[in-house]
Design a protein around this ligand. Structure first.
Ligand SMILES: Nc1ncnc2c1ncn2[C@@H]1O[C@H](COP(=O)(O)OP(=O)(O)OP(=O)(O)O)[C@@H](O)[C@H]1O
Ligand SMILES: [Mg+2]
Length: 161
């Protein structure tokens, strides 16, 4: 039982909204429990926001002498395998990894990775991309379905139980 969806995006401020909208379109169609979809949407938002903020296009090009600014790309992949949903987000910054921070109560930032860590029970990570320069930050959600939910999921994926 498997399903996959990819969305390539310009790594710019609209990317988190587009990535989230894509996941919101796709995931309910995979017959997943609503709670899992909600968690997945939060994770998509955090990973996409981090890609844009920490690995995205500079607000101002370094120099007009370098020609037109090339906007870096990012890519959302959603993958369902058995009872695991994998969410991965590619960005072009290969030498800067995500860092799990323990933000103090009064900090205004530094919570996104901690949220992903909490939602996945620590099942997240990153790895350099093998094809083109960049990295994948991934998160894994596991779920247990009741029999009727499982039957519905199989039906929605076109698999007979
Ligand atoms: N895709 C990424 N590329 C490079 N660095 C990243 C990436 N994602 C996270 N980081 C690094 O990990 C740190 C922690 O990320 P986290 O999402 O927890 O906090 P934040 O983005 O700084 O703030 P917040 O998410 O709370 O608005 C970031 O400050 C950044 O240094
Ligand atoms: Mg963040």
């Amino acid at each position: 039982m498997a399903a996959q969806s990819r969305l390539e995006l310009a790594c710019e401020p609209s990317a988190p909204r587009r990535a989230r909208a894509h996941a919101k379109d796709v995931l309910p169609g995979w017959g997943l429990p609503q709670g899992l979809v909600d968690d997945a949407l939060l994770i998509v938002s955090e990973l996409a926001t981090n890609a844009v903020r920490h690995a995205g296009a500079p607000a101002v090009p370094d120099s007009p002498l370098h020609g037109p600014l090339r906007v870096p790309l990012c890519c959302l992949t959603l993958l369902l395998v058995a009872d695991h949903l994998y969410i991965s987000f590619y960005d072009e910054a290969c030498n800067r990894p995500p860092v799990l921070r323990r933000a103090p109560d009064d900090a205004e930032s530094g919570r996104g990775v901690a949220l992903v860590d909490g939602l996945t029970g620590g099942a997240w990570g990153w790895q350099p991309s093998s094809g083109k320069p960049g990295k994948f930050v991934w998160a894994q959600l596991n779920f247990v379905l009741s029999d009727p939910q499982r039957a519905e999921k199989l039906r929605s994926l076109g698999v007979s139980a």
